[in-house]
Design a protein around this ligand. Structure first.
Ligand SMILES: O[C@H]1[C@H](O)[C@@H](O)[C@H](O)[C@@H](O)[C@H]1O
Ligand SMILES: [Fe+2]
Ligand SMILES: [Fe+2]
Length: 308
């Protein structure tokens, strides 16, 4: 059997050079681009992102989403953005932050229970193999989840529901494709007529930049990168900011809020997502071996010390 990765039809073709090649090999696996092999099952023997499969992690993940969906309201997101937009908590380098992630485990993730630094390097190295010339995309892989430091005491020790998991817009109706959608019924915005229509407070094509997303590691890391004047291209910032927005990049919901630039950037996000999701495994990366390469990229795209 060949694994086909569902891609929503956005009515736009990927650039030829970025088009994935579906080359099924003998072991019934899908080989992407420069050779990345998409595994059929995750480390727990389940399909990836199967939120209903019975497993040791299933109940914990569902509990996570219940609390997340109840508490991520428009008012909460607004407060968090104001608070963390100041980037006045900590001063440190990107690499120091990667090391801090050693102590973080993500309770929302049915596919991974390794320390996060493994996931960062697995993602970045898998991309590097297939896209050797896109160094900005390697670095994006390395840093996309750094915002999870919000779980640590010096960053305010936010609860898991305010840091990890899939993200979604607030200020308009919660789309049914969002994982464990049923729990939104207890969200204060659910019955608010200003927020519970298709457009809510937004308008057609207004651009994702004008949409408030549920608060978590994506938007936080985007703010940090922006406030510290990164020279990463707009597609890199877009990936960091929306990589957990599965309702959009997997299910094609909320397309009516995108503008032209979003449509362009989404192509890169969909490439990135395969590596983010399917590189999760128990195979460890030799950190010391790859560290010099990533330090050189950090130097190219970020200041020495950043404000967090
Ligand atoms: O559980 C995972 C994890 O928190 C990832 O970092 C996030 O990007 C995903 O969207 C989420 O489903
Ligand atoms: Fe993430
Ligand atoms: Fe990730």
């Amino acid at each position: 059997m060949t694994i086909l990765i569902d891609q929503p039809d956005f009515g736009v073709e990927a650039h030829e050079e970025h088009e994935e090649q579906k080359i099924p090999n003998n072991e019934n696996e899908l080989v992407l681009d420069g050779g990345f092999v998409v595994p059929e099952i995750n480390s727990f023997g389940q399909n990836f992102r199967d939120y209903d499969a019975e497993s040791l992690r299933q109940q914990g993940v569902e509990d996570f989403y219940r609390v997340n969906h109840i508490n991520q309201t428009f008012d909460f997101v607004k407060k968090m953005r104001e608070k963390y937009g100041k980037v006045d908590k900590v001063e440190m380098s990107i690499w120091e932050c990667c090391e801090l992630l050693n102590d973080v485990v993500d309770e929302s993730d049915p596919d991974l229970d390794e320390p996060q630094i493994e996931h960062l390097l697995q993602t970045a190295e898998a991309i590097r193999k297939d896209y050797p010339n896109e160094d900005w995309l390697h670095l994006t892989g390395l840093i996309h989840d750094l915002g999870k430091v919000l779980l640590l005491p010096s960053f305010g020790e936010l609860p898991q529901w305010a840091v990890v998991g899939d993200t979604f817009p607030v200020g308009c109706a919660f789309d049914e494709t969002i994982v464990h959608h049923k729990y939104f019924k207890e969200n204060a915005d659910y019955d608010n007529p200003a927020y519970n229509t298709k457009f809510g407070i937004y308008s057609e094509g207004c651009g994702l930049n004008n949409v408030m997303m549920s608060w978590g590691h994506d938007d936080y890391m985007y703010l940090v990168a922006k406030e510290n004047h990164t020279t990463l291209p707009s597609a890199g910032l877009f990936i960091i900011r929306y990589h957990s927005f599965y309702a959009l990049h997997k299910s094609g919901a909320y397309k009516h809020l995108m503008n032209e630039e979003d449509i362009e950037n989404l192509k890169w996000l969909q490439i990135f997502n395969k590596y983010d999701l399917y590189s999760k495994s128990k195979v460890r990366i030799d950190v010391e071996k790859v560290k010099p390469y990533y330090l050189s990229l950090i130097k190219k795209y970020f200041p020495e010390k950043l404000r967090w």
